[in-house]
Design a protein around this ligand. Structure first.
Ligand SMILES: NC(=O)c1ccc[n+]([C@@H]2O[C@H](COP(=O)([O-])OP(=O)(O)OC[C@H]3O[C@@H](n4cnc5c(N)ncnc54)[C@H](OP(=O)(O)O)[C@@H]3O)[C@@H](O)[C@H]2O)c1
Length: 314
């Protein structure tokens, strides 16, 4: 990574198509803005129609000629993910960039429409299923990229394979750590399978360090903790970097020409919390091939998405 890489260095993306999940807010919005600004036909995959329309308007206000549109997606519903895949095919016939960005953090235990624990369900299983549905479109690109957005918090994560859904024991932060560790294990295992099948798609990861977004407020608001909200506001104002800076590692991973399958990028400054994109460090647990394979198998079993494009190529 060259020093001080900024969004100005994104290559011309005319003729390319991109999907960004959770593109109505925070890092996802900044990512969609820059991809669209550099010419990509950019699809905002969002669960709330009003917030999504507003996001499109805010992009068009900056770049009136941006080719942006919304396709509804709720990652907490496998049915919605299937419908998203169908609707997307009415608009595009190949996908160059998929940014698996949407996420929720440290919320009280909730379940998805399919009964999965909400953090692992949204952050990992939803994106696993989405990627599986879209893999043939990524292959059709001839040079597809999947970017999974993880976190520094993956280092705190442990895969609880005997209680993945937190039914026996649940704590909000460990469940978040597990979901972000899962993002990296998925990145690795997907890359391994893509290489083995010799498909023209790479799987990479990025994290934004600590960036001021809405993410940190969802948990405190759900638990009605005004104290946590207060400290969150201070942290976001004093320590965090902007969402635009936080989106750079994702943008680098999605567009820089020298990116290779399995790469992981994050901010290069203070403890990887802020700064320009650089290679990021990852925990030993995130490189465990057995855990990566086990997670893949459990994900297929729970989502019923089997990555047919991989099987067809093998
Ligand atoms: N900010 C940080 O410091 C930080 C640090 C490490 C990692 N990350 C990661 O960065 C990613 C983006 O987070 P952010 O900081 O930009 O937070 P954010 O501003 O809260 O954005 C999160 C996005 O995810 C969407 N989302 C949540 N659940 C969804 C679902 N079921 N279906 C579809 N979309 C859903 C949200 O939609 P709604 O607006 O409808 O809720 C929102 O658009 C996350 O994966 C997060 O784990 C962030």
């Amino acid at each position: 990574v060259s020093t001080k890489w900024t969004a100005d260095q994104i290559p011309n993306l005319s003729g390319k198509t991109a999907v960004v999940t959770g593109a109505n807010s925070g890092l996802g919005w900044e990512t969609a803005l820059e991809l669209a600004k550099h010419g990509a036909h950019t699809i905002l995959a969002c669960r709330d129609a009003t917030r999504a329309r507003d996001a499109v308007d805010r992009i068009r206000a900056v770049h009136p000629s941006a080719q942006v549109e919304v396709v509804p997606l709720d990652l907490a519903s496998l049915q919605s993910i299937g419908e998203f895949s169908k609707r997307l095919r009415e608009k595009i016939s190949k996908l160059d960039i998929l940014v698996n960005n949407a996420g929720i953090m440290a919320i009280p235990r909730r379940t998805t429409a399919d009964g999965l624990e909400m953090q692992l369900g949204t952050n990992h299983f939803g994106h696993f299923a989405l990627t599986g549905h879209l893999l043939d479109l990524l292959v059709a690109s001839g040079a597809g990229r999947v970017v999974n957005v993880s976190s520094l918090m993956h280092r705190r994560g442990r895969m609880q394979f005997d209680d993945l859904q937190g039914e026996k024991r649940y704590s909000a932060w460990p469940a978040y750590g597990q979901s972000k560790l899962a993002n990296l294990l998925f990145t690795t295992e997907l890359q391994r399978r893509l290489s083995e099948a010799r498909l023209p798609v790479i799987s990479v990861a990025a994290h934004p360090g600590y960036s001021a977004t809405n993410l940190q407020f969802v948990g405190p608001q759900m638990t009605k903790s005004s104290m946590m909200e207060f400290f969150t506001r201070i942290g976001n104002n004093v320590i965090a970097q902007s969402a635009a800076m936080g989106a750079l590692p994702s943008l680098y991973a999605a567009t820089a020409p020298d990116v290779k399958g399995g790469d992981y990028f994050g901010p290069g400054g203070l403890m990887e919390m802020r700064g320009y994109p650089s290679r990021a460090s990852r925990s030993a647990a995130s490189q465990d091939p057995v855990a990566a394979k086990t997670l893949w198998e459990r994900s297929v079993e729970l989502t019923k998405v089997d990555f047919r494009a991989l099987a067809n190529a093998a």
